[in-house]
Unconditional design. Structure first.
Length: 461
């Protein structure tokens, strides 16, 4: 219920904060969200986070259970039923051994037996299970944070995917304009019966325009898919549409951090390392808890027993115990020892196997996570270099196109040069925005790889 209320409040805040929200058809609402709003909403809605919180609650209950074994346990049994009548005369002066039983002698009885046991020493059964549960809670906290980082990375891909699709649409719209202007220019030359006017060039422009229009449809589809994926990740209703607030895809000012320092940060911050260290501690505790079953439990016990039956005389003799009419109690020191042939050893072996498995996982993580950091770091370098390379390429292609168009106007150029220049310009400008997107996603992947928090400190819950 709390998660649902937080989610509703977030949506209301988004509605109030979205000054550019547009009204669609009846019952339809459009939200304009920035990146942080999108991440925060996704984290509150995410079913993965909900599952992690449920796991955390389960582990917390195990800790509470383990702690409870430190306290006394009370067992109470109450009975009510028929009992045979009995008189004191049957025992004095001698015991009557020939007394027959008759249903007419039946009476009723009621009894209550209470046993209180307080553990004194269990050789680690309680303490080691408490230790395991405590470390397990830290494992689940780190797992929840890991899931949050995964959700944030996914939101960033969708969010910037929408912006990339829009930038590609702008590039294609620019190329469409060039094609329209080129077609008008050639048509004008043909109408003026200029030697530079060739009707075949009109067919070429139509062919180029068809290819551009095809890519435009792909870009539109890409934007719709990215929006749909982002909307699904945010958990918004069908009658809610979304827009992203950023209009331009630009290279961030932040540089590329030093690789070795980044790997060191990953070893400190990455939730998976926290999970492994706490998980190893929990598994070690479980191994010790399993070994403690080799030893007995020492406890102190208190017993109180009461029974009453009508038509039965009370016998006050420590050698005679009347099941149906008595009152007695006492305190004793107890020892409980369960001996088996291989069961405890098998459980210890099973817990040790789980510990060995986790140690192998840690060994894998020690090699794989630095590799993941280096991969994202190299992708940042590559994409940043591609940003400058493609910018220089499309700038040169634009100059090439301007020069080719001027030559064509003077009648000394070939329209093929103009088409080639425009084509290279469009491809390189699209590649430029793709490189910026790749850099942003590589940066987000590096932040994920080193375990950075997905939201600024002032926006975290």
């Amino acid at each position: 219920m709390k998660q649902l209320l937080n989610y509703i409040v977030t949506i209301m805040l988004c509605l109030l904060a979205s000054t550019n929200a547009l009204a669609g058809s009846q019952g339809q609402t459009t939200l304009t969200l920035d990146l942080n709003e999108s991440i925060r909403t996704a984290l509150q809605y995410s079913p993965e986070i909900g599952e992690a919180e449920a796991d955390l609650a389960l582990t917390s209950s195990k800790l509470d259970e383990a702690k409870s074994y430190r306290y006394p346990q009370i067992s109470v049994t109450s009975l009510f039923g028929p009992a045979p009548g009995a008189k004191q005369e049957d025992l004095t002066p001698v015991i009557n051994t020939n007394k027959s039983f008759s249903t007419r002698d039946l009476t009723w009885f009621a009894s209550t037996d209470m046993l209180v046991t307080q553990p004194l020493w269990t050789f680690g059964k309680i303490s080691e299970n408490m230790k395991a549960a405590t470390h397990g809670i830290e494992v689940d906290k780190a797992k929840k944070r890991q899931k949050g980082n995964e959700v944030a990375l996914e939101v960033k891909k969708y969010y910037y995917g929408v912006i990339l699709a829009r930038e590609l649409q702008n590039v294609l719209a620019e190329l469409q304009l060039y094609m329209i202007q080129g077609k008008q220019k050639i048509q004008q030359l043909i109408d003026n019966e200029s030697a530079s006017g060739d009707p075949m060039d009109l067919f070429k422009i139509d062919a180029y325009s068809g290819e551009i229009n095809k890519y435009m449809e792909e870009a539109l589809k890409g934007e719709r898919l990215a929006k749909a994926a982002l909307k699904a990740r945010l958990g918004l209703a069908d009658n809610v549409d979304i827009n992203v607030s950023d209009e331009k895809l630009e290279l961030p000012d932040a540089g590329i951090p030093e690789l070795n320092g980044t790997i060191d940060r990953a070893r400190v911050q990455r939730p998976e390392f926290k999970q492994l260290s706490e998980g190893l501690a929990a598994r070690n505790a479980l191994v010790q808890a399993a070994k403690s079953n080799y030893y007995p439990d020492l406890f102190v016990a208190g017993l109180l027993s009461w029974a009453y039956a009508d038509h039965r005389d009370r016998i006050k003799n420590p050698y005679i115990n009347d099941t149906f009419k008595h009152t007695y109690g006492g305190v004793a020191l107890g020892l409980k020892w369960k001996l088996d042939f291989g069961i405890t050893g098998s459980k210890v072996s099973g817990e040790q196997a789980q510990l060995n498995r986790l140690e192998s996982t840690k060994l894998y993580a020690d090699h794989y996570i630095p590799l993941q950091v280096k991969k994202a770091w190299l992708e940042m370098q590559e994409s940043r270099n591609n940003v400058f390379i493609t910018k220089n390429a499309y700038t040169s292609a634009k100059k090439w196109g301007a020069a080719a168009l001027a030559n064509f106007d003077f009648g000394i150029g070939n329209p093929r040069d103009v088409f080639d220049a425009v084509g290279i310009y469009g491809k390189m400008k699209a590649a430029h925005f793709q490189a910026i997107y790749d850099f942003i996603i590589a940066k987000a992947s590096l932040e994920y790889a080193i375990g950075e928090n997905p939201l600024p400190q002032n926006l975290q819950k």
